[in-house]
Design a protein around this ligand. Sequence first.
Ligand SMILES: [Zn+2]
Length: 146
Amino acid sequence: MPDQKRFLDQKLIAADFYNEVLVKCPQCKAKAAAHADSLSQIAKLVCTECGYNKTATMQNGGGRTNAAANTYFQAELWLQYPFGNDLFWAYNEQHLKYLEEYIAASLRQSLNRSGFTMTEKLPRFIQQGSNRRALLKIIERLKQTL
Ligand SMILES: [Zn+2]
């Protein structure tokens, strides 16, 4: 079957996408970016549209934290779209493309299943082949907002 697409799990975990997250600007609702730097433990949300600019410390009760950059600002994700009772979402463009590759592939290959990679933890509606076409349409729409 020559047209079969193969997805090779690159072993990325959700945390690999935490550092730069596209969000809805809390002020003007335009596309903005939240950055988290786990070394300095400083997170920033910057909107080039309206100039909104906020910094937050990632420390939590004295301990270091590492969560998705948007969580420090309670900012809504930019890349999200309802799918039935579920919500399809991605942190950023790279994450969206990774999900697209995964969803588009009819052969999903993971060399050593660990149970911890991002794709292994995806919700069922994303893993279901019967949702493939609908999900790829959503991804196309989201890409146009990038
Ligand atoms: Zn703004």
